[in-house]
Design a protein around this ligand. Structure first.
Ligand SMILES: *Cc1c(COP(=O)(O)O)cnc(C)c1O
Length: 389
């Protein structure tokens, strides 16, 4: 099928919820992919931070293929090894105590929100259900996670939203302190706001919030759906901030390309959700978990240190490009403020020059595969320089 035929077919039958760029992708290898006509693109997006090992990593392909040929699914009524092993690896690497597997970031955040409310209900009874979140946050597209998302543009049409969320400005500790009341059960935040424009939070603020949560017995929920799984050069961004949250949510990068999300529970939260309190048909799928194990195994200290080196390289080169006004974010989660051109226009022109980039509000956003080569980085940067003009 040609790109033109594919676009016509898609537009005829797929609901128009995405403003797709005019690009059809047929196959990929590493951080490079090709259109049906064979045009080559450098990928600075990893999907949206999903393909952490790039396209079609050989070990990942082997593990998921073998698992698909052995047992592809058997519901959460029974035990399967890939699921249990991946949970063990996640706990060993993060210091968290228990795992609930689901299929996406929004679902992971739903699980976290339910956990916070039940933790509080179990201990204090009804009426302590408010969750404090940050302005400019993004937590997902389901009703509860949209409600937790602190951007007015998402709060339309779908009324009524879920109750009991309160928003405060990132970095303003006094405002947060003032917002906490006898009705508060949790604080929920991203450490680097991704969709909000790739904005890293202040470490002293985050540490003070963690201390406040501990003091007032509020669950601290950190949404690492975008920042987690090596994206920032540490397995979790929490490590940069020196905090150990009560609940961490992950998704995007953990499956290496298959739908997989997880809620990680710390000491306080580990026994809150019991039998029948939460569940999902597909969660912990053996094929997805087999892929997740490869991602975690490959993402050892040596590879994380390579991620930090590549990030330093990318930051330096990007900052030196003409028309780059600022570079924000952390590690391989990069926001670029382009002078005199909208992020959307840069992204569209990048495709013309053989490069895939993302946007986040007014920023050009780069989330390259963690395995990207320096050669691919250089080729992508050369294309980005042209797209910025
Ligand atoms: C992408 C994202 C989500 C939503 O994840 P989905 O898999 O699209 O449901 C939630 N939180 C953050 C921080 C994200 O970046």
């Amino acid at each position: 099928m040609t790109s033109q035929e594919l676009q016509q077919l898609d537009q005829a039958y797929i609901a128009h919820t995405y403003a797709r760029f005019s690009l059809c992708v047929d196959r990929g290898q590493g951080a490079t992919c090709w259109s049906p006509e064979g045009k080559r693109y450098i990928d600075f997006s990893s999907g949206i931070g999903v393909n952490s090992l790039g396209f079609c990593d050989a070990d990942w392909v082997r593990a998921v293929s073998e698992q698909a040929g052995k047992l592809q699914h058997i519901s959460n009524l029974y035990y399967t090894e890939p699921c249990a092993r991946l949970a063990e690896m996640l706990c060993a690497r993060t210091g968290m105590k228990k795992v609930f597997f689901c299929n996406s970031g929004a679902e992971a955040n739903e699980g976290a929100i339910k956990t916070a409310r039940k933790y509080s209900f179990d201990k204090y009874g009804a009426g302590r259900s408010e969750i404090i979140a940050l302005h400019n946050s993004f937590h997902g597209r389901t009703m509860a996670t949209l409600s937790a998302t602190g951007q007015a543009v998402y709060h339309n049409f779908f009324f009524p939203f879920v109750e009991d969320y309160r928003f405060v400005a990132s970095g303003d500790l006094e405002e947060l302190k003032g917002a906490v009341s006898g009705r508060t059960c949790a604080v929920m935040m991203e450490l680097i706001q991704g969709e909000g424009g790739v904005i890293a939070q202040d470490a002293a603020y985050v540490q003070a919030v963690a201390a406040l949560c501990a003091e007032r017995d509020l669950l601290l929920i950190v949404d690492e759906v975008q920042t987690g799984i090596g994206r920032t050069g540490r397995l979790l961004a929490c490590e940069h901030y020196g905090i150990q949250p009560d609940v961490v949510t992950i998704a995007k990068g953990i499956g290496g390309g298959l739908p997989l999300g997880a809620v990680l529970f710390g000491e306080k939260a580990q026994d809150v959700l019991g039998c029948g309190h939460h569940g999902t048909t597909f969660g912990g799928n053996p094929v997805a978990c087999a892929g997740g194990q490869v991602v975690l195994r490959k993402l050892d200290e040596a590879m994380l240190s390579q991620v930090r080196e590549k990030a330093a390289y990318l930051w330096e080169k990007a900052a030196a490009l003409p028309r780059v006004a600022a570079v924000t974010g952390l590690g391989l989660m990069v926001g670029i403020e382009a002078a005199g051109k909208s992020a959307k226009d840069v992204a569209a022109d990048a495709i013309e020059h053989g490069l895939i980039v993302l946007t986040a509000k007014d920023k050009v956003r780069l989330l390259p595969p963690l395995t990207i080569s320096y050669e691919e980085l250089d080729q992508g940067l050369a294309a980005l320089e042209k797209a910025l003009q």
